[in-house]
Design a protein around this ligand. Structure first.
Ligand SMILES: *Cc1c(COP(=O)(O)O)cnc(C)c1O
Length: 362
């Protein structure tokens, strides 16, 4: 018998990866399979990022720049905060874990909303710290419910805005009130993974609050609208003291060389972000209006995915869709056994999803 792990480890469920496209093709004997399961950009990465990656392939014997000098410089220029206010992560997901490892003592706790991004729960379990979950209200993060759960042991509150897998957002005035009420001893992680997709005017831009709130960390990523999920690169803005502490804990080469170079190139391609946002808006409008016609319940979304209530087992619907060549994400792992989450695709992918869903559900 091999040795036993630390006591809290067996209770952690590993993150369930979706099936890769090739595997679904093989298993069901399909030639055409579309994946609308991971909120990836259906238009792919920027051409500029692809060119940057190709140019760099022959330099992979060199370690990355562990300080991320040029990428931080570029982000600083674009968003108007100095490089000392930036930490880079192996995906923005790494930053949740770093915050917990760096700040939350064993007797302290983390608060986040029910059904919010599963990484907050996983990182709290891994670090073996306590956590509390606040209920949503009308499928939206309820800042009052979060505040009510704060006590003297609270160290970190995580909010994904928009929240994944629900697809709703909190409004600027709600976030302002939340920041005004929460004590400065409590760290606030505002996770803006879908920032580039949101077009609502009442959406709070977290970076506007970072200078005034030394407890605020705003995380963003190149995995979603930038279409670089495979490279694993994200970043956060926060007070330089927080950044220095995170730098003590992160691995020295957490963001690889290819990722840094293509993220820099991608930041120069505003047109790609605009096209991605437009494709997403049109696709979401189509999906939502067709779902209404089909009388299928869903949560209206501000981002690049929609949470759909199938009215039956979401796992069964997911399997039936897969057999027809459409991969979506079942939501039982998020405590939503009847729901599936579908990512907005290209127009033809959206139409195929709707046609197959109609067959499977009606
Ligand atoms: C996708 C996602 C992330 C970021 O993922 P990375 O690929 O690790 O950058 C972070 N938060 C939420 C809510 C997400 O949905």
């Amino acid at each position: 018998m091999p040795p036993t792990p630390r006591k809290h480890i067996p209770a952690i469920l590993p993150y369930p990866p979706g099936k890769p496209i090739e595997e679904v093709q093989r298993e069901f004997g399909l030639t055409e399979v579309i994946k609308l399961a991971s909120n990836e950009n259906p238009l792919g990465p920027s051409r500029k990022a692809v060119v940057a990656m190709r140019a760099l392939a022959a330099e992979m014997h060199l370690y990355p720049d562990g300080a991320g000098f040029y990428l931080k410089g570029k982000l600083s220029e674009k968003y108007g905060l100095p490089p000392e206010w930036i930490v880079l992560g192996n995906g923005s997901d790494e930053i949740n874990g770093l915050l917990i490892q760096t700040y939350v003592n064993r007797d302290e706790s983390v608060i986040f909303s029910e059904h919010d991004f599963v990484s907050y729960l996983l990182e709290a379990l891994k670090a073996n710290v306590k956590f509390k979950q606040a209920p949503l209200r009308d499928w939206r993060v309820d800042v009052d419910a979060l505040l009510e759960r704060v006590d003297s042991k609270t160290k970190l509150i995580c909010i994904a805005n928009p929240t994944n897998p629900i697809g709703t957002m909190i409004e600027k005035k709600e976030f302002e009130r939340f920041l005004a009420e929460v004590s400065e001893d409590v760290l606030v992680l505002l996770d803006e993974a879908y920032f580039e997709y949101v077009t609502k005017r009442s959406y709070p831009d977290g970076l506007k609050f970072v200078r005034r709130h030394p407890n605020l960390v705003v995380a963003r990523t190149f995995s979603k609208a930038y279409g670089l999920a495979g490279l694993r690169v994200g970043y956060a803005f926060a007070n330089p003291e927080i950044i220095q502490n995170l730098d003590r804990v992160r691995k020295p080469f957490n963001v690889n060389r290819m990722a840094q170079a293509s993220a820099i190139a991608a930041l120069d391609d505003e047109a790609h972000i605009r096209r991605s946002r437009e494709n997403n808006e049109k696709g979401r409008q189509l999906l939502e209006s067709e779902l209404r016609k089909m009388k299928i319940a869903f949560v209206p979304s501000v981002t690049n995915f929609i949470l759909i209530d199938t009215g039956r087992s979401g796992a069964d619907v997911t399997r039936a869709l897969m057999a027809q060549g459409v991969i979506v994400r079942p939501m039982a792992g998020y405590g939503l056994p009847q729901h599936i989450r579908v990512t907005i695709g290209r127009p033809a992918e959206n139409r195929k999803f709707l046609a197959v869903l109609k067959k499977v559900i009606q």
